[in-house]
Design a protein around this ligand. Structure first.
Ligand code: CA
Length: 695
């Protein structure tokens, strides 16, 4: 019996690389009316038997056939029949042992994913699927993170009883609070909110929940079993493999119809257990280990998938392409992207761009890992410090801005800028320009940065505010919640938030609710109604954001729009060139879509009002700490504005006021626009930051 290290040596040998890297894209089962083909990559097998079953679990095979060894470690068996709905697994004989395995390339499976299923995918398409298209991309991508079960489980959501916690709930476009017909919940609520992307937490088949269980089991699902199959516990019928496929497609179709793009949360960095279909079909090929034989565990989930090995990289790439092609998924959020390698991430980006157009599918991930990982020599991890090696359309969650705004996610009592920490101003300013200024690392463009203050991990924003400000009353906490929102929504990165942040979602202080009861994790639609003033504040901010090209700009020149940065403890001011196209002449041409050529943004986290003089006339207040819809009317500012305590104020200068003639003459403004001055401009931005620091 080979040890893990001996396997590793074997896989790294030229003999293996020359003979067993299969370049075909037909692994798994292809099934149609013209027949069914089974193909499995298992290079070290001595023989393989394919078992066919009528049931997805239990029972005995109705037929067992030997598979034929093909080239490159591939085994195959063909039938002239369409075996749609037939379940299967493999008996693999290797080194005098026989192991049973389901198919790592399976597209369908029985309950709990222990047996695979042959599927004719055309039979799973809901009606109208061929016409399904994502909505057009708007000026900004605003991502709302939610979990299938959390979304509709609470009875107050007004979903049909049978659909609660299921994919099917997303096919109900017009639910209301307890079905009262008045107060929107679900998708109608999200339409009103104005988010553009719905990010679904893991919805591939995961292992931590028994699909037969009901409300007694809950998990976020970061524990993949079958990467290319939808999770069964969200299906009305997890027993029959084709049902969950159709229901997930219906969910995506409905989200598209309601105006949302759909992002899938993918966890290619580790599997539920080391005893996976990967391991059973090709022992240790898909996992990393250190040279001393220790199993790599940078995921803190017992194993790390070896993304840098060709057959593994190819698996991940094809999986991503499968979800886009078969399920019409519009983007991907890569869990612990720091465990995947830069080459693979760029390869996925290129493949998506070639197929769908540059940047059309959004891609981003967590640029970190829980611990070191035994990545092979030469491979570079997709960590924050390697951001410049990644394509400009691969984004990263920006934990630095998150922590600068509201305090460390990990040290729960530590505050950030808004809740009283000293010397966070520079970090906040860096966050405004989406880390495109010089620093420990520097993004190529805001398209590489996901700006956020809450996600499923760690405390909710509301709970974090409670933890860091135990003496603050509810009024003050609401004020700071609004401030946090207005602050990150005036940063240039792509925007992201956890579902319910906008209604002061609480998990009663819990930091990691991955397997906490659904009663704690569920979206509380009564709370959404009770805290509707906060929800409306978010709505206004989101609607305003979409009209501010200066903040939505994701190009490499976006940072040049930020100028006139001034700061003192607890107070930050800056201006943004808000013309839609930098450097071009003629306001009519360049400012299409926005009433304001120039923005002035002020963050006052102090407990007293701050008077800020305005250098010229023509400024309007677009948003203050109470009202994010002042822009709907006209709210002219005088020669100075008084910025209330713990609030953000956004001002806009109308076209008629000729912002750019004046702005360039003001002492502290760094000469907005004018692309030929780009180098000088960015120097001036950093100048002004450092000058203030020195004071
Ligand atoms: Ca499952």
């Amino acid at each position: 019996m080979k040890t893990a290290l001996e396997w590793k040596k074997y896989y790294l040998s030229p003999g293996f690389r020359d003979h067993y890297i299969y370049s075909g894209t037909d692994l798994g089962v292809s099934c149609s009316d013209s027949g069914t083909a089974f193909k499995l990559w298992s290079p070290s097998a001595d023989s393989i038997t394919l078992n066919l079953y009528h049931e997805g679990s239990g029972g005995r095979p109705y037929q067992s056939v030997p598979m034929e060894r093909m080239e490159k470690g591939v085994w195959s068996w063909n039938s002239e029949e369409c075996l749609h709905g037939v379940y299967y697994d493999f008996l693999i004989r290797r080194e005098e042992e026989t192991v049973r395995s389901a198919d790592p390339y399976a597209k369908a499976c029985g309950i709990n994913g222990r047996r695979s299923m042959a599927v004719d995918l055309r039979k799973t398409d809901p009606s109208g699927w061929e016409e399904d298209r994502p909505p057009e991309k708007g000026p900004e991508q605003i991502i709302y993170e939610l979990h299938v079960k959390e979304f509709s489980w609470d009875p107050s959501g007004g979903f049909p009883e049978a659909y609660r916690g299921k994919y099917k709930a997303f096919t109900c476009p017009d639910t209301t609070l307890n079905g009262d017909g008045i107060h929107p919940t679900g998708l109608r609520y999200l339409r009103d909110l104005g988010v553009t992307h719905v990010q679904i937490m893991p919805a591939y088949d995961y292992g931590s929940v028994d699909e037969r269980a009901g409300d007694e089991e809950f998990n976020w699902g970061y524990d993949p079993v079958n990467y290319n199959v939808p999770e069964g516990s969200y299906s009305l019928d997890p027993e029959h493999g084709e049902v969950r496929i159709r229901e997930m497609k219906e969910m995506i179709q409905s989200l598209h119809r309601q105006g949302f793009r759909v992002i899938m949360d993918v966890v290619y960095n580790h599997t539920y257990s080391l005893d996976s279909w990967f391991q059973r079909t090709a022992p240790w090929y898909f996992y990393r280990m250190f040279d001393d034989g220790r199993i790599s565990n940078g995921s803190a989930c017992t194993n790390d998938v070896a993304s840098e090995r060709e057959m593994c990289a190819k698996y991940i790439l094809e999986s991503v392409l499968y979800w886009t092609e078969e399920y019409h998924v519009d983007g991907f959020r890569f869990d612990l992207m720091g465990l995947l390698d830069v080459d693979l991430m760029n390869r996925i980006r290129r493949a998506l761009d070639e197929k769908y157009g540059r940047g059309e599918k959004i891609m981003f991930g967590e640029p970190w890992r829980a611990d070191n990982s035994a990545m092979e020599e030469g491979a570079v991890p997709a960590l924050k410090e390697n951001i410049r090696l990644l394509d400009e359309n691969i984004g990263m969650f920006c934990d630095d801005t998150r922590d600068a705004v509201k305090g460390s996610a990990l040290k729960i009592r530590r505050p950030g800028f808004i809740n009283g920490a000293e010397e966070k101003e520079d970090d906040v300013i860096r966050g405004v320009s989406a880390c495109c200024l010089p620093g420990d690392y520097r993004a190529k463009a805001p398209s590489q940065i996901i700006t956020y203050v809450s996600a499923h991990d760690n405390q909710t924003l509301w709970d974090k505010l409670a933890e860091t400000l135990p003496d603050a009353d509810e009024t003050e906490r609401m004020r700071l919640n609004r401030m946090a929102a207005a602050l990150y929504m005036t940063c240039q990165g792509t925007l992201f938030f956890l579902s319910g942040e906008e209604f002061a979602r609480t998990k009663e202080g819990m930091e990691d609710s991955f397997n906490a009861p659904i009663t704690l994790n569920r979206l509380d639609w009564v709370r959404a109604w009770k805290n509707r003033e906060l929800v409306e504040y978010y709505q206004g901010l989101i609607a305003l954001r979409k009209q501010l090209p200066g903040l939505c700009d994701k190009s490499e020149h976006a940072a040049e729009r930020i100028h006139g940065v001034e700061k003192e403890p607890g107070l930050i001011r800056f201006q943004v060139d808000n013309r839609s196209c930098l450097g071009a002449a003629g306001a009519e041409e360049t400012n299409g879509g926005s009433r304001w050529q120039e923005l002035k943004i002020i963050y006052n986290r102090g407990k007293s009002e701050q008077a800020v003089p305005l250098d010229q006339s023509g400024w309007e207040i677009l948003c203050d700490g109470e009202n994010s819809r002042l822009w709907e009317g006209r709210c002219p500012a005088g020669p100075q504005v008084n910025v209330p305590p713990q609030s953000v104020m956004v001002l806009g200068l109308t076209e008629a006021s000729n912002a750019h003639g004046d702005a360039e003459q003001t002492a502290d403004a760094a000469g907005a626009g004018d692309s030929q001055n780009s180098v000088r401009d960015s120097e001036r931005i950093s100048d002004s930051i450092w000058r203030k620091k020195a004071v």
